[in-house]
Design a protein around this ligand. Structure first.
Ligand code: ADP
Ligand code: ASP
Ligand code: MG
Length: 402
């Protein structure tokens, strides 16, 4: 079999952990498999590098940030190669450039365009264990890019897709995908299986256990994907197209995202074309808008509020303010102290009352809802950020207490 294994930052944080992971890789190889391993930077390396950059230049260009951030993963593959060499195993470590992993030019959030299989195949044919630096890529100008925080998962799935791997295993510091973050929520349950669609929602709504693009890609290329623990040897969670329905489960999981800002524009004239202007300005600035709410204001005006990722909030505020006269609104304000809490479940469309259960849990916990948004498989609410953990715990209890 050809197996792609990815190990996250905490799994390779120090020498002892590297040696433990090396034993997992060695066992897979000795069982007769072809093995490609994708590694993340050790422990908090990426955060530390970001802090170092901020010390020198808080406005550093994204190109130079990528040059810096990509180094973390390179350290990991070299150290892991040394651990495997010590065990007498044939191994080679390779950067994104060396395997022809090409991306677009969007520094710090680049998308993978293609991966050349030639070098990877050649090394596997020599019966070598191939170690690849996750998270990094090369754009059309041969500049280093990175795929966004958590992006090593996407490197692994993309490699599994191009090599038609039999399996892609994402090893991490928990035993799989849970009904909520097991580090924050008492009683969170491990799921044996979850659908690509539900996992994609959970990942996009804040469950960082998998990078959302990795799930998107696994679905598109039908990659056989599993999330499992690098500490205990037991089956994890299989992410796949269709799963067996667990009768008593009304939803699959709950996610929280504190990286959300609400922007409110007050006093927009109630005329055709105004909403278009607001969102066109944001689209031109490449800002993704999430939940949108329009409400009736005073004297034939409307108020529009919407949410954006906190990293885009200042840019959104600035660009809308710049067009104040063209749009013709009265005032604009920004609220950073909010969080989005969401429930996800493919079955909710055919099961009435799921949203009501969520709102009841919030009401019992005396948590006020500021905005609501729904789709076929999710319900999200915006609430005060300081209440987010309490909200997740309350909702979890409501849905999973027996
Ligand atoms: P890695 O370094 O291995 O990539 P991450 O920190 O990116 O690990 O992702 C694993 C973490 O995701 C877990 O430690 C857990 O706290 C968090 N997490 C959030 N939501 C979930 C969930 N629903 N199931 C499992 N883990 C979750
Ligand atoms: N090291 C990168 C990060 O911390 C990528 C990853 O861990 O997947 O975001
Ligand atoms: Mg991760």
């Amino acid at each position: 079999m050809l197996i792609v294994q990815k190990f996250g930052g905490s799994s390779v944080a120090d020498a002892a952990k590297i040696e433990r992971v090396a034993r997992i890789i060695a066992e897979t190889y000795r069982d007769g498999n072809e093995v490609v391993v994708v590694l993340s930077a050790q422990g908090d390396t990426t955060d530390d590098l970001l802090a170092k950059a901020a010390e020198i230049n808080p406005d550093a260009s994204k190109r130079e940030l990528d040059m810096l951030l990509s180094t973390g993963e390179q350290i990991s593959i070299a150290l892991m190669a040394m651990a495997l060499e010590k065990m007498g195993l044939p191994v080679v470590s390779l950067t994104a450039w060396q395997i022809g992993l090409k991306t677009d030019c969007e520094h710090t959030k680049a998308r993978i365009r293609r991966i050349s299989t030639e070098r990877l195949r050649r090394e596997l044919d020599k019966r070598r264990i191939v170690l690849v630096a996750g998270f990094q890529g090369i754009d059309q100008f041969d500049d280093v890019t990175t795929l966004g925080r958590g992006g090593s998962d996407t490197t692994a799935v993309a490699i599994a897709a191009v090599l038609h791997a039999d399996k892609c295993q994402i090893y991490t510091d928990v035993e799989g995908v849970y009904t909520a973050d097991p580090r924050k929520v008492d009683g969170a349950r491990k799921l044996d299986e979850i659908t690509f669609d539900e996992m994609l929602e959970l990942a996009s709504l804040g469950a960082q256990v998998l990078h959302n693009r990795s799930v998107e890609m696994a679905k598109r290329y039908s990659v056989n994907l599993e999330v499992l623990s690098s500490y205990v040897k037991k089956p994890g969670t299989i992410v796949k197209e269709v799963v067996k329905q667990v009768e008593q489960m009304k939803i699959s999981g709950i996610a929280k995202d504190c990286n959300v800002t609400r922007i409110a524009i007050v006093g927009i004239p109630d005329e055709p074309g105004k909403a278009f202007k607001v969102f066109m300005v944001l689209a031109k600035a490449k800002i993704n808008v999430d939940i949108i709410l329009q409400s009736v204001g005073k004297d034939h005006t409307n108020d529009i509020s919407f949410t954006v990722a906190s990293s885009d909030s200042q840019a959104a505020y600035d660009v809308i303010s710049e067009y104040k006269d063209v749009i013709g609104f009265e005032s604009i304000s920004m609220d950073e102290d909010i969080a989005k809490v969401s429930i996800v479940g493919a079955g909710m469309i055919s099961c009435p009352g799921i949203a009501a259960m969520m709102f009841e849990a919030l009401s019992n916990a005396e948590i006020n809802i500021k905005m609501i948004s729904t789709s076929e498989i999710k319900v999200s609410v915006l609430i005060e950020e300081r209440l987010a953990d309490t909200a997740v715990q309350a909702i979890h209890k409501k849905f999973f207490s027996n």
